[in-house]
Structure formats: structure tokens, C-alpha cells
Design a protein around this ligand. Structure first.
Ligand code: NAD
Length: 240
């Protein structure tokens, strides 16, 4: 894709060292964009500029953005993907379990969106894609913290749309179901089997199937799509 001047766009995908974020970054690289990530370490896909940073720390996110923008120019496409789980039954969930997950998944996205909005307003265009989860609206046992963080992203995208929609900036949510990644591989086998049985598609998704939807939301074809929650879940969450 090209920016308004016809050059490659500056795209930032948080947490692109593995899983869904990695597949998203690879898609944008293949499309010819300048792709950067804020990450915590590990190897990165070919062609991705990596800057170390922690979503849970405002100073770290701001500094990483500055480093990315120095190399690639103002971020035009932001994909807030970095996320963690800390599953625990409600009765045993500590304040720390709850706060850490909210701090990375929800406040981390806020830190990125706030920082990115400055450049997007100046550019008079921008695309924000927040990676939520089917669990945001479907719920998940042991996931009170995670579901709350992912549901919060929906209110964030819709408020962003109301604040910035008139400036050619869109904000959408992608809600993956169960995707083959380290996050799902760590679930006990019987839970994986139970989820698979509940998914109309009869299988887990692939990270690239999420990436394709993100690529579409960042493309010119999606200029009039904003505040949407797009499930990529094989039908698991229908109606929720
Ligand atoms: P993953 O654990 O494989 O990758 C997460 C990435 O986020 C990693 O690169 C990690 O380093 C980064 N990250 C985590 N905490 C960070 C922090 N504090 N600062 C900076 N980076 C940090 O996860 P995944 O399965 O690829 O999931 C990616 C996103 O998709 C997450 O937001 C997750 O909640 C969401 N999601 C995943 C699934 C699934 O089935 N895997 C389903 C629905 C939603």
C-alpha cells in the first residue's frame, strides 16, 4: 500500500515477534509497507524494524514510538496486537493478575493509540486496528481479567471513531477466536478439544487468517468501515 504521497506507509504492529502479530507484520511487509514493531525480544520477521518496549510503561511506549517514527515517519497504520493472559478462577484471581492483564492489553493499547493519534491527525489519515478476542463478548472461564481487557477495546475503538472519524481516521476491532499459536497450545488438551467441538468451522484458525482481515481494514477498500467488531473465529461467537 502507499501513503498519500505514493510512498510506502509507516505501519506499526505491536508484539510482532510471534503468533498473530508476526503474521500481520509479514502481510504488511509483503504489501511493500515500512513495518515496525514494539516488542519484548525474540527474533522478528525479515524486513521488520524492531524496537524494544513494554506496553505496560508509558515512557517506554513513547520512546519506542519516537524511535520508529525517526526511521519510518509518522505511524499511519497502528495494529495494537500485544497481549497476555493470566487465567485464574475469579475466587483465586489476585489484584495483580487483574491489573497486569488490563495494563498490557487495554492500557497498553491506549498508550499506543494516544501516541499514534498525534501523527495521524497531522497526516489527516490513519488506520487503527485493535486485536481483541471472541472472549470479549463470549466470556471465558478463568478469564475475567482477559475478557474485561478485550471488551474494553471495543469501547475504545468506537470512541476513537467518534473523536477522529471526520479526519479520515478509522478504528476497528478484530476479534479472533481460537488461533493456532503458543497462547492456545498452552491450554490443556481437553479444553482444546472442547473448544474445537464448539467451533462451527471445526478447526482452530491460522494466524494468517487474522492477518488478512487486518490487512483489509488498513486498505483503501475499508475507508468507510469504522467502529466495527470483526470476528475471525470460524463462527464460534455468532450472536454474541
Ligand atoms: P503471543 O503470546 O504468541 O504473542 C503476543 C506478543 O505480544 C508477543 O510478541 C509478546 O512479546 C508481545 N507482548 C506481550 N506483552 C507485552 C508487553 N508488555 N510489551 C510488549 N509486547 C508484549 O500471542 P498471540 O496468540 O499471537 O496473540 C496476539 C493477540 O491476539 C493478543 O492480543 C491476544 O490476546 C489476541 N488473541 C489471540 C488468540 C489466540 O487464539 N491465539 C485469540 C484471540 C485473541
Amino acid at each position: 500500500m502507499t501513503d498519500s504521497a505514493g510512498g510506502p506507509r509507516s505501519v506499526l504492529v505491536t508484539g510482532a515477534s510471534r503468533g498473530i502479530g508476526r503474521a500481520i507484520a509479514e502481510r504488511f511487509v509483503a504489501a511493500g509497507d515500512k513495518v515496525a514493531t514494539i516488542h519484548r525480544g525474540g527474533d522478528l520477521p525479515e524486513g521488520v524494524l524492531g524496537v524494544r518496549g513494554d506496553m505496560a510503561d508509558t515512557g517506554s511506549v513513547d520512546a519506542a514510538f519516537t524511535a520508529v517514527e525517526k526511521e519510518h515517519g509518522p505511524v499511519e497504520v497502528l495494529v495494537a496486537n500485544a497481549g497476555i493472559t493470566r487465567d485464574q478462577l475469579l475466587m483465586r484471581m489476585t489484584d495483580e493478575d487483574f491489573q497486569n492483564v488490563l495494563d498490557v492489553n487495554l492500557t497498553g493499547a491506549f498508550r499506543c493509540v494516544r501516541r499514534a493519534s498525534k501523527g495521524m491527525i497531522r497526516l489527516r489519515r490513519g488506520r487503527v486496528v485493535l486485536i481483541s478476542s471472541v472472549v470479549a463478548t463470549y466470556g471465558g472461564q478463568g478469564q475475567v481479567n482477559y475478557a474485561a481487557s478485550k471488551a474494553g477495546l471495543i469501547g475504545m475503538a468506537r470512541s476513537l471513531t467518534r473523536e477522529l472519524g471526520s479526519r479520515s481516521i478509522t478504528a476497528n476491532v478484530v476479534a479472533p477466536g481460537f488461533i493456532d499459536t503458543a497462547m492456545t497450545a498452552s491450554l490443556p488438551q481437553e479444553r482444546q478439544d472442547a473448544y474445537r467441538a464448539a467451533i462451527p468451522a471445526g478447526r482452530f484458525g491460522q494466524a494468517d487468517e487474522v492477518a488478512g482481515v487486518v490487512e483489509f481494514l488498513a486498505s483503501p477498500a475499508a475507508a468507510y468501515v469504522s467502529g466495527a467488531v470483526i470476528p475471525v473465529d470460524g463462527g464460534l461467537g455468532m450472536g454474541h
